[in-house]
Design a binder for this molecule. Structure first.
Ligand SMILES: Cc1ncc(C[n+]2csc(CCOP(=O)(O)OP(=O)(O)O)c2C)c(N)n1
Ligand code: SF4
Ligand SMILES: [Mg+2]
Length: 321
């Protein structure tokens, strides 16, 4: 994990200019439209946690970008006063990748649902992960397609009755943690929308990570799949079991704790039956595409005599004459 916040360590090379003192970023400043989710929807708590993190970390307002695909959860950017876009269903990772690579100085946050991320966008998720493109992707998993009013999603459990499976789902669901580990994501965590403190901690750790960081958050759809996450909610009689991470303190109890850099140990945690455990499953340092591409552009510039983009374009046109 890097000590620096994501965008600044791989900035776009612009010369530093002294800036006037800034006003502190407040929830009021970040709040846009009133959320249109159903009363009680888990997504409200995700939004509240995100506001709190932005406020706490006092990010530069003009550098905050929130992006999303399509779904109830993907309405997220409407409710954040900042740069944002609500893009095509499942295609938010490519959009975020382009923005992240072109503007490494920005904080790129991506929000979406289980359908958007694991179904139609499943392939994009894998490629964003393997390329390790700098962004923080928050997946609000409610085990159902909410916006389109209750179809089976890739995370719906076997037996779930929906409009597409009136007699109960028969297909093996996706295991998000396993998919993300296999895909090559370099920061993978899991949280629950009823646990605001934990959600905030996961968002902060994800945004401090250099690379493709993903958080799966169990966020209840009270309309089409109520109470499904109660087994992990202590207020509803469930248990919210946290991953105990290694402290590397040479104590016997540390032997039993989880090493977040151990891929196989992460798989074992992902294998636990529902509702499983919560926290950071996996984190590794791998060069980001942002940094590799930057090096490649710089070395190409050097080889071409440090010409500007326009000069290079002109040279190409001249060659074609
Ligand atoms: C290309 C395309 N296919 C299908 C749809 C219809 N559609 C919109 S949202 C959605 C699924 C939403 O589910 P999810 O991503 O889990 O979000 P939720 O509403 O549950 O938060 C679907 C199938 C669409 N808008 N575009
Ligand atoms: S339909 Fe479900 S996911 Fe969509 S806003 Fe309502 S409770 Fe939330
Ligand atoms: Mg969903």
């Amino acid at each position: 994990m890097s000590d620096e916040a994501k965008p600044n360590s791989e900035g776009n090379g612009a010369a530093a200019v002294a800036e006037p003192p800034r006003e502190k970023l407040t929830k009021k400043a970040i709040t846009a439209d009133h959320p249109t989710w159903c009363p009680g929807c888990g997504d409200f708590a995700v939004l509240a946690s995100f506001y709190k993190v932005l406020e706490k970390r006092n990010l530069d307002h003009e550098k905050i970008v929130t992006l999303a695909g399509i779904g109830c959860s993907s309405r997220f950017p409407y409710f954040v006063n900042g740069h944002g876009a609500h893009f095509i269903h499942g295609r938010a990772v490519p959009l975020a990748s382009g923005i992240s690579l072109a503007r490494p100085d920005l904080h790129v946050f991506l929000f979406g649902g289980d359908g958007d991320g694991f179904s139609i966008g499943g392939n994009h998720l894998d490629h964003g992960a393997r390329k390790n493109i700098n962004m923080t992707y928050f997946i609000m998993d409610n085990f159902v397609y909410g916006l389109t009013k209750k179809q089976t999603s890739p995370t719906s459990p076997i037996g779930f009755k929906s409009k597409t499976d009136p007699t109960g789902a028969i297909d093996q669901p996706v295991n998000p943690m396993k998919k993300l580990i296999a895909g090559g994501a370099t920061f993978i965590a899991r949280t629950h929308a009823t646990q605001v403190k934990h959600m905030m901690e996961m968002i902060e750790r994800a945004m401090d990570h250099q690379g493709f960081s993903v958080i799966e958050c169990l966020s209840e759809c009270v309309e089409f799949y109520p109470d499904v996450f109660d087994p992990a909610d202590p207020r509803k009689g469930g248990s919210f079991e946290l991953i105990q991470e290694k402290k590397w303190d040479n104590t016997p109890e540390d032997e039993l704790r989880h090493d977040v850099t151990d891929e196989l140990a992460a798989y074992k945690l992902a294998q636990l039956p529902f509702p499983g455990v919560f926290g950071v499953f996996y984190e590794t340092d791998r060069p980001t595409k942002n940094s590799l591409e930057k090096k490649w552009i710089e070395s190409t510039r050097e080889k071409t005599g440090n010409l500007s983009d326009v000069e290079l374009l002109q040279k190409t046109f001249d060659r074609m004459k």
